[in-house]
Write a new protein. Structure first.
Length: 283
């Protein structure tokens, strides 16, 4: 069991004693100038380091507060910059789209000028068969716009194909690269004829077959190939492509080769449909 302390001082007495000591110390420091020096020295030893520590702590907190303010400002600025980047990206995307659309429309205009003798209707591609190539595709113009079967379709500087199915507000086009397609063509510089056949496997190499060129035909690589007069569905004089290789067949009576089509059959967005039929032209 804890024993009670024998020595105790009442709080009132302790406060009174300390007050007397403080008053005496004040009187002594006033009366005797050297009396307070030891106390000042002791205070300097204790208080100055303490004050220095407090100053360091205050500076540390101030630095942290400034850092937090800087981080906050940087975050706000970063959000503004991110917003500006998003806006600029969107504007750049729109400009790129507009530039691409303008280029396509300019190409269509130039193509229209190349074949001014034919009446044409502009149309947009709205669908295609599966695969990388536009061998069978759908356009947004149909019988309501005067489109008929067997009308020629051009784009990208030359012949794309022919209309083979028509609805009120759509039409389907079979391009010259399709396996079921064949076009009677002629060489622009010699008038010699041949047949360009569609081949979806061969077009992966960027070329098409041309056959039934007479053995005596003076043709060579780079010659321009256009639709011929003797074609029963294709209008004459439409650019098809350029001869890239040619050689005589084993029978020594004909030649065969490859052509590079002028149209990019992986990217077709707009086309021109020539509204004049070959049969009407012949009539």
């Amino acid at each position: 069991m804890k024993r009670p302390s024998k020595f105790s001082i009442k709080p009132k007495i302790l406060i009174f004693v300390l007050t007397i000591i403080c008053i005496l110390s004040l009187i002594m420091s006033v009366a005797f100038s050297g009396f307070s020096k030891p106390f000042k020295y002791a205070a300097g030893i204790v208080i100055v380091p303490l004050q220095s520590g407090v100053n360091h702590i205050g500076q540390w907190f101030q630095g942290k507060a400034e850092l937090l303010n800087t981080v906050k400002e940087l975050k706000e600025e970063n959000e503004k910059l991110s917003s500006q980047i998003d806006e600029l990206t969107e504007e750049n995307s729109l400009l790129a789209q507009n530039k691409y659309e303008l280029q396509r429309l300019r190409e269509l205009y130039e193509l229209d000028q190349d074949y001014t003798s034919y009446e044409k209707v502009a149309a947009t591609v709205i669908g295609k068969d599966t695969g990388n190539w536009f061998n069978i595709f759908t356009i947004n113009k149909g019988s309501d716009d005067g489109i008929q079967e067997d009308m020629n379709v051009i784009s990208g500087g030359g012949l794309v194909g022919i209309v083979y199915d028509v609805g009120k507000n759509y039409a389907k086009v079979r391009s010259i690269i399709d396996d079921e397609s064949s076009v009677s063509v002629s060489f622009a510089n010699t008038s010699d004829t041949g047949i360009v056949s569609g081949d979806l496997k061969l077009i992966d190499e960027g070329v098409l077959n041309i056959t039934e060129i007479m053995a005596e035909a003076q043709v060579s690589e780079g010659d321009m190939i256009v639709t011929s007069q003797i074609s029963n569905k294709f209008l004459p004089g439409i650019l098809v492509g350029y001869l890239t290789e040619v050689s005589k067949n084993a029978d020594e009576l004909t030649q065969s080769g490859k052509i590079i089509p002028v149209v990019d059959f992986q990217h077709i967005d707009e086309v021109l449909v020539i509204t004049q039929l070959k049969e009407n032209l012949e009539d």
